[in-house]
Design a protein around this ligand. Structure first.
Ligand code: FAD
Length: 448
């Protein structure tokens, strides 16, 4: 295999290109095709207040090894940073509350987890839940919101599960399936847990010795640039791949030409369109994975703006705010605190709403006003950046893993064509790194 194309220069595609270069050596031609005029996809680092800030992903989960391992491999391990350890708050019922503890993505393991956040009637339901017979169908999937609402009540969904789990997917827990999003919970229920409380306790991971999150000191751009340099591809920016066709054992990409192997590292809907002819079953499974749009506003606040000593605020659903979350970046990250400027990221938009379509000036105004409501910090920002993420995150609806199986089995006989991306088995950066590596390995195994 001497000529391969990776389509999509997000983190999944960049990692695939890098792994292919490692395996194929300097003689192979690796073409990296990207529709936008920049690499990175949902990762983007921009200037703000005499420094930079990430306005897509800003962190990664500390339990997964992929990002630190990749940084070390690329010789930039000194870029690894960790948060200060402050906890976020939850805005619910028009007031701030501590973030629940001992939960599985917001699903409580008992009343102590959410005491103070939910009302007494809800606490009584949580107390009674272990003795209430549980119906669980091992053969099907259900959305997390319905499961939790039935067992613990709506307030737990809106005040705890939506802010935590929903935040990861830019969705609501009613649009997220248990099996893909919470596989350990599904496994506990499949193995016969008699209540949701018991299943959560079985599924809770052991306490983490190290930090819960990591980040990159000078932004994700540093990782993207290092991957690009190591992959050393022919980079085609501003080029949209419009179709893919099999000709003999080669793959013809329009408008690029013919390749021995191709990795499509694209959003689900694009994969659905491109595969419609060569792999119709995989294409329709990919097209059935919807995308949620969101928007992010990064604010620099004037000197003296005194943010709470917390890492941010998650907003419960049903509140009268427009923002769904705030990160107090300069409180959360010691390396950003060093800049001496109060930095805030405000997030907007959930699956099914159109908040992310709001214009930039209105989003900045909404971020500033909502920040004043939740923190009392009422200031005019000195600088602001807005990023719209149209179709930013795939929704793992109930049955998501079946769709992924259909995509994978629909491609199984097509040697030389692989897919990677956030729509498969995890939306986070570590999962995308893993998906990019796995796609490259499959391609090499099939045609090398
Ligand atoms: C606002 C936001 C915050 C997030 N926060 C975090 C976080 O803190 N931690 C975390 O772990 N994860 C986070 N995520 C998730 C994570 O950033 C993404 O899931 C991940 O970056 C997706 O990478 P990807 O390479 O699979 O896809 P993408 O980044 O979407 O890359 C796909 C690329 O394909 C290109 N493309 C599309 N169509 C074509 C075509 N026809 N031809 C050529 N190119 C094409 C696109 O322009 C894009 O660059 C966040 C996501 C968002 C939106």
């Amino acid at each position: 295999m001497t000529s391969v194309a990776v389509v999509g220069a997000g983190i999944s595609g960049l990692v695939a290109a890098y792994r292919l270069r490692q395996a194929l050596g300097p003689a192979a031609t690796i073409t990296l095709v990207e529709a936008a005029e920049r690499i990175g996809g949902k990762l983007r680092t921009v200037p703000l207040a005499d420094g930079v800030i990430d306005i897509g992903a800003e962190a990664f989960v500390g339990r997964r090894p992929e990002v630190p391992a990749l940084l070390a491999e690329l010789g930039i391990a000194d870029q690894l940073v960790h948060p200060a350890g402050l906890r976020p708050l939850v805005w619910a019922g028009g007031a701030l509350h501590p973030l629940p503890t001992e939960t599985l993505m917001g699903i409580p393991s008992g009343r102590a987890a959410v005491e103070g956040l939910v009302d007494d009637a809800t606490l009584a339901r949580i107390d009674a839940e272990p003795a209430t017979p549980l119906r669980w169908d091992r053969a099907s999937d259900i959305d997390v919101g319905s499961l939790v609402a039935e067992r613990f009540g709506e307030q737990v969904v809106r005040r705890s599960v939506d802010p935590l789990l929903g935040g990861v997917y830019s969705g609501l827990s009613s649009s997220i399936g248990v099996r893909a999003a919470l596989p350990t919970l599904a496994a506990a229920l499949d193995s016969g847990a008699s209540s949701l409380t018991e299943a959560v306790r079985l599924a809770l991971p052991p306490p983490l010795a190290g930090p819960v999150f990591g980040g990159i000191r000078d932004g994700y751009a540093v990782l993207l640039d290092a991957l690009l340099a190591a992959a050393d591809p022919v980079l085609e920016l501003g080029m949209t791949v419009r179709s893919i066709e099999r000709i003999g054992t080669s793959w013809q990409l329009e408008p690029l030409g013919s390749f021995d192997g191709v990795v499509l590292a694209l959003p689900a809907q694009t994969i659905g369109r491109l595969l419609a002819v060569v792999a119709p079953a995989a294409a329709s499974a990919a097209a059935a994975i919807p995308l949620a749009s969101s928007a992010l506003v990064a604010l620099a606040l004037p000197a003296g703006a005194d943010l709470p000593q917390h890492s941010g605020v998650l907003v419960a659903t049903g509140e009268s705010l427009r923002a769904k979350a705030f990160t107090f970046s300069s409180r959360k990250w010691p390396h950003l605190a060093e800049r001496g400027v109060a930095l805030v990221r405000a997030s907007f938009g959930r699956y099914g709403d159109s908040v992310a379509d709001t214009g930039d000036a209105d989003l900045i105004a909404a971020a500033t006003e909502d920040l004043a409501t939740v923190t009392g910090v009422s200031v005019t920002p000195t600088d602001a950046v807005v990023q719209h993420w149209s179709g930013g995150l795939p929704q793992y609806l109930p049955g998501h893993l079946d769709r992924v199986d259909e995509i994978e089995s629909g491609l199984a006989d097509l040697a030389g064509l692989e897919v990677a991306g956030a729509f498969l088995r995890g939306v986070g950066v570590p999962a995308c790194i893993s998906a990019g590596s796995a796609a490259a390995a499959r391609l090499l195994a099939a045609v090398h």
